[in-house]
Design a protein. Structure first.
Length: 187
């Protein structure tokens, strides 16, 4: 089977555990075509990051994604982690454009997000973080981008973590249609 964009998933991914190949194939059907060096897919037990337990971790510079073996929501988490690679390569103009979208939401006091990794970061932000483009702000923007991509492309229609109002989701969808779709994803 050929993935969206004409390249088999094996050209983009190296699987430590072949049982992940079928779910990756299914997830790729919903994504724009991709370009870039292969990404290694690995598993581990009891993943943690500096904030606590984690479902997965993306390491774009090392070209790998690690998933917790007990992960139940693979498609949504896979797309989220894959988009860390896209964010890194998207370029400053596109990232700043996405930041501008988020700045409007934040300054209007609009609650909600499209995943917990962005939501808890958003709750911790201050206006000073936005003004200075602090590390906290930039990490929030990246996580929001990845959570938004997972909402759009994973095929998961409803989730308790999708708390952003429908009218704001339309703005996110429009941004992705303009800035992401219609061209190959650079991973």
């Amino acid at each position: 089977m050929i993935a969206h964009g004409g390249a088999p998933p094996s050209l983009h991914f190296i699987f430590e555990d072949r049982s992940y190949e079928a779910p990756v194939r299914r997830a790729l059907r919903r994504l724009p075509p991709m370009t870039g060096a292969p990404i290694r897919i690995r598993t581990a037990q009891g993943l943690r990051d500096r904030h606590g337990e984690a479902h997965a971790g993306a390491f774009p510079r090392e070209r790998r994604i690690v998933f917790d073996r007990s992960l139940k929501e693979f498609r949504r988490i896979f797309v989220h982690e894959l988009f860390h690679f896209v964010w890194l390569r998207k370029g400053n103009a596109a990232r700043r454009s996405y930041e501008d979208l988020l700045k409007v939401e934040f300054l209007a006091g609009l609650p909600g997000e499209l995943g917990w990794s962005a939501e808890w970061r958003k709750r911790a932000l201050t206006p000073l973080d936005i003004h200075t483009r602090s590390r906290r702000w930039r990490e929030y923007c990246c996580e929001s981008f990845c959570d938004s991509a997972a909402w759009l492309y994973s095929g998961v229609e409803r989730h308790a973590e999708f708390t952003l109002a429908a009218r704001r989701r339309k703005h996110r969808r429009a941004w992705f249609a303009k800035a992401v779709e219609g061209r190959a994803l650079s991973i």
